[in-house]
Design a protein around this ligand. Structure first.
Ligand SMILES: C[S@@+](CC[C@H](N)C(=O)[O-])C[C@H]1O[C@@H](n2cnc3c(N)ncnc32)[C@H](O)[C@@H]1O
Length: 275
């Protein structure tokens, strides 16, 4: 074998080594090739993505704006968080599956919203979501019920939107469905966390005794010796409305004070006396 033949052999060997090394690198699945499977196990709920049309509907019903802080409980591939961030909101996904968390971060980067969309690997039952102004979720009825006490302790006015699943006897304030582009799980339910008003309130002319079941309010308004039942009592976050003695009361609850208007021109104010 002469020198030039040996040189050609060496170059061929080198070429084959490079080709083999490249092929073996390409055969490794890149991290961003992680493909979640619909129905795959999750800690407490399997992964099924919310159809994009319903994501839009949910965020629309919650009236998400750039001033909001949206938290998706069990955020899957990050679509709700990313869509909220595209609406200008700050948004956080809480997801137990670390692969889904990394996938969500990559999806957010692709959509150019990494500055507003973040994701953490955590158990939603052990997470603090008290700073949210909007909570989105696609979990299960039993999980919604377990979360309900914590949700009811959120700031009054916080909007909660659930894909399909209810909150037990806490009836939704609004329900919406999408028909186009949605084959299953096409209903969104919205709740507004109500202020806590149950108890006795003092007015200059008497006393308001309120009983509260979620956003529904009943009770009596006593003025002097006359006691009238309250009808159509309802809370929308911090806003209260009810009818008593043929008068329509509307008002705003601010901690231990509520005040507003009655009838066409009157005003009213009540201070909390007892819970
Ligand atoms: C039905 S999927 C909904 C995904 C996403 N929110 C959506 O609407 O497209 C439920 C998600 O919750 C996650 N999950 C289940 N149990 C969880 C837990 N205890 N803490 C955090 N995430 C959880 C699952 O991994 C899954 O991604």
């Amino acid at each position: 074998m002469n020198a030039s033949h040996r040189m050609r052999q060496m170059l061929l060997t080198l070429f084959l080594a490079v080709v083999t090394a490249t092929a073996s690198v390409q055969a490794q699945p890149a991290r961003d090739e992680y493909k979640p499977q619909v129905g795959q196990e999750g800690k407490d709920v399997i992964w099924v993505p919310t159809p994009q049309e319903l994501v839009e509907k949910m965020l629309g019903m919650a009236k998400v704006t750039p001033t909001d802080y949206v938290i998706d409980l069990g955020s899957g591939d990050g679509r709700t968080v990313i869509t909220a961030a595209k609406r200008g909101a700050k948004a956080l996904g809480i997801e137990y599956n670390p692969d889904m968390v990394e996938l969500s971060k990559r999806n957010a980067a692709k959509e150019g919203v990494s500055d507003r969309a973040s994701f953490i690997k955590a158990d939603l039952f052990e997470s603090d979501f008290s700073q949210a102004t909007v909570i989105t979720m696609f979990l299960l009825p039993g999980i919604n019920i377990r979360l309900r006490p914590k949700i009811l302790d959120l700031r009054p006015g916080t909007r909660i939107v659930s894909n399909s699943f209810t909150m037990g006897e806490w009836a939704a304030d609004e329900e919406g469905t999408v028909k186009n582009g949605c084959a299953s799980y096409c209903t969104a339910l919205l709740w507004i966390v109500p202020a806590k008003v149950e108890g006795t309130w003092e007015l200059p002319q008497g006393e308001l005794a309120l009983t509260q079941t979620f956003q529904m309010v009943s009770g009596t308004l006593r003025s002097g010796n006359v006691s009238t039942p309250i009808t159509n009592g309802r809370l929308n976050g911090n806003q209260i409305s009810f009818t008593a003695g043929g008068n329509q009361y509307t008002g705003y609850v601010n901690g231990n004070v509520m005040e507003g208007s009655v009838g066409s021109s009157g005003t009213w104010k009540a201070n909390r006396a007892r819970k």
